[in-house]
Design a protein. Structure first.
Lengths: 254, 352
């Protein structure tokens, strides 16, 4: 098991945000986390990344308790793309992506040509090559998100934790980023809002009021019942004549 | 492979060149600090003095000139250089860690604590003459910093975005408290002469600096700057906040404690020696960012160099600005620094 959580809980001032979450993540799979606003998706991801200390249960990275691992070792195995990470500094795109190499360099080890190549590759992967010298504050929201993803790729992790990586992207880049994530040989846990995008994941975990209420294949989990009970909408499934895949259409639940 | 070796050699060469250039600039600054003053002394005399003192070369020199250079100007210039480097680097580190452009080395209550310590010794008479002004100031600075750190911790300061705000608020509370204590002691116990003397000290004063101070200032500044340089990549990693730094592999709390502690200690040592010289720790980091960018591998050493040169120049200006009178160096740094900073702000806006 590359990443597993057991009975994981986190509460703030006695108010449980996530509770009793148990999940084993298989090597190489893409696991989508879905749920309404405030259902605990971001908190669960932060717990998995070790950025929050669990108030109950534990996270294990390759069978080692996360709390016992040094940050550097965690960062070499796992990269995390937050939802809102901003800076007021005059940082360039290249500067931001180069940060991804931090866990692989030490104080005495100089930056090498390999690091340059990894950074260049990450920029190409997110379609930001040629924009290396643009300053952070001149980038659009979607471009910033792609740079953050490139930074995570430059980290060369085995596990990618992505918190709604597509929510500022135009449709072309939504599809290309999701395609890239699927095709990368890494394990991915990805919080998503767009349920049609979630349909393309290997497995889906549904969060509701801080609890992992269902985990399974999109076919088993994304049902009319889930839509009604968890998301409060009526849904109907259509088949796309172009490729025969299912899509979901939503209606207000009256 | 050969390209890579060539790359490495070229970058090593470039680095050596830069280090030599920095050393030359620093030596030039210190030499001018020794040469320029109410009476100018030719550089040749300075070189001969150094040769006499260090190598026992035995050049025949005017004893007064030699004394002025060796005991008076050289010491204050070297301490000014160390102080400038330490304050500028502390400013860089605190601005980066607290993610606040207005952070400076005194934001954690250090200068306020130092002045309280100084007046407690000089005016309230604590220690009955056994404790020196510097020691009192150092104790005050450390005490104030510990108090601020405790308060910040109790208020939940630390890792998250709003927690860096808590550190700054704790610093403001601590500074206000210790400044009020200083004023209280001065108004309660000081006579006019003492009040004037302490005001000069508070504005920064290099006149009392001797070789013993040099032997403290040089290692503290060098060690402090090296500790910060060692963490240059960690400092870069804080650009997008501490959560981002943690996920990049930085042990956030440990790095915060080491770096804030180092800056605080460096600042406390400098302040206890020469008083609280303002503006260097705030302005030099910003000015340097406009020159070399925000990555700490360049920002830290260049800030240290700029801080040194700036403070040595300010010291020279403070000695020659008004004939027959030495201005407090803090006045000069602010008089030059404030308009300089204004220019940087306006021009920086245009570059954006």
């Amino acid at each position: 098991m590359i990443l597993s959580i057991h009975n994981l809980g986190w509460s703030v001032r006695g108010l449980p945000i996530v509770s009793g979450a148990t999940l084993d993540i298989q090597e190489g799979e893409t696991l989508g986390l879905i749920g309404p606003n405030g259902s605990g998706k971001s908190t669960l991801l932060k717990l998995m990344a070790g950025l929050l200390e669990p108030s109950a249960g534990e996270v294990r990275l390759k069978d080692a308790p996360l709390v016992h691992l040094p940050r550097r070792a965690i960062a070499q195995a796992m990269a995390f793309v937050e939802q809102h990470a901003e800076t007021a500094e005059r940082f360039t795109v290249r500067d931001a992506v180069e940060l991804g190499r931090t866990a692989w360099l030490s104080a005495l080890q100089p930056w090498s040509v390999q690091d340059d190549a990894i950074v260049a590759r990450a920029l190409v992967d997110v379609d930001m090559d040629g924009m290396e010298n643009r300053l952070w504050h001149t980038l659009s929201g979607g471009e910033r998100q792609r740079v953050h993803l490139a930074r995570a790729l430059a980290q060369q992790p085995e596990i990618l934790l992505l918190d709604e990586p597509t929510n500022h992207l135009d449709i072309q880049h939504q599809l290309s980023i999701l395609g890239l994530v699927r095709q990368l040989p890494v394990t991915t846990v990805i919080a998503l809002h767009d349920l049609n995008q979630a349909l393309t994941c290997d497995r889906i975990g549904v969060l509701h009021k801080g609890q992992l209420v269902a985990v399974g294949s999109p076919h088993d989990v994304l049902t009319v019942g889930t839509m009604r009970d968890i998301f409060g909408v009526a849904a109907s499934f259509l088949t796309d004549p172009a490729d025969g895949n299912r899509i979901i259409r939503f209606h207000p639940a009256f | 492979m050969t390209a890579q070796a060539g790359f490495a050699r070229a970058s090593r060469l470039a680095w050596t060149g830069r280090v030599v250039l920095a050393a030359l600039l620093l030596i030039a600054a210190v030499a001018s600090g020794a040469a320029i003053g109410e009476t100018s002394i030719p550089l040749a005399v300075i070189a001969k003095t150094l040769a006499n003192k260090i190598l026992a070369a035995g050049y025949p020199l005017d004893a007064i000139d030699e004394g002025i250079i060796w005991n008076y100007r050289l010491t204050r210039t070297i301490v000014a250089a160390c102080c400038g480097a330490a304050l500028a680097v502390s400013g860089v580190v605190l601005q980066s860690l607290l993610r606040n452009a207005l952070a400076d080395p005194y934001i954690l209550g250090i200068s306020a604590g130092a002045s309280t310590g100084a007046v407690t010794v000089a005016i309230a008479g604590l220690g009955a003459g056994l404790v020196s002004l510097s020691l009192g100031a150092f104790a005050g600075a450390v005490l104030a910093f510990l108090l601020v750190a405790l308060l910040a911790r109790a208020a939940g300061g630390g890792v998250s975005m709003q927690a860096t705000g808590q550190i700054i608020l704790a610093g403001i509370a601590g500074s206000q408290l210790f400044n009020a204590l200083t004023s209280f002691i001065i108004t309660k116990s000081a006579n006019a002469e003492q009040a004037r003397g302490i005001m000069f000290w508070l504005l920064g004063n290099l006149s009392g600096v001797r070789w013993s101070d040099v032997w403290l200032a040089v290692p503290v500044a060098i060690l402090g700057v090296l500790v910060c340089l060692w963490h240059r990549r960690a400092l870069d990693a804080f650009t997008f906040g501490s959560d981002s730094a943690a996920s990049l592999g930085i042990p956030v709390r440990r790095v915060q404690i080491i770096l804030i502690g180092t800056s605080a200690l460096m600042t406390a040592v400098m302040v206890s020696m020469v008083g609280s010289i303002g503006f260097v720790g705030l302005v030099i980091p910003h000015a340097t960012r406009f020159l070399v960018g925000v990555r700490h591998a360049g920002l830290l050493p260049v800030s240290a160099l700029m801080g040194s040169i700036f403070l040595v120049s300010a010291d020279i200006a403070s000695r020659i600005a008004i004939p027959g009178q030495v201005l407090p160096i803090g006045v000069v740094t602010a008089l030059v620094g404030a308009p300089g900073f204004a220019i940087i702000l306006v021009r920086g806006r245009r570059i954006r």
